[in-house]
Ligand binder design. Sequence first.
Ligand SMILES: [Fe+2]
Ligand SMILES: [Fe+2]
Length: 173
Amino acid sequence: MFPNFFHLTKRFWFSLNPRKLSEENLDWVRSHLSENEFDYWEKFSTADKHHSFQVAKQASSEIGEEGKEFVAAALLHDIGKLESGFTTFGRVFATLCCLLFPLRKMEKWVQKNKGIRRRLIDYAKHPELGAKLLRQIGSKEQTITWVLEHHSESEKWETPREIAEILSSSDND
Ligand SMILES: [Fe+2]
Ligand SMILES: [Fe+2]
């Protein structure tokens, strides 16, 4: 369900010393999102903005400008993580929990209204939470679909396979 260990380790080390995006890169992000989407994207930490930008830039070089809603999906794929409110170390802990506990088990914690287990379940469910958020702010259907399925098995993808493969491999680089 979650990305490979090498990818996670790379992201962890990077997140300890993130670089801010240049104005030019921020303009590129803005040009691929609606105003509402950009307002949420701006809430990402510096490290998450950087990851989102890298994934989207890589994907857009292969998808091209016609697939703007898919580039938006690449920029917003982890937007649901905003809900869990974890910092870098909390994320490492949350990711390990996602690897150790099946979602079935974590789902039993869903009755919890607050506390660490509530935040863990929010983290594990970030694709659903992200899709819900994007639906509320009027994102395009193709964008919402990829955000919802970006950790699903490839057999279940509804995004056109060619595009989904580009999006998935850009995220796991
Ligand atoms: Fe994700
Ligand atoms: Fe990612």
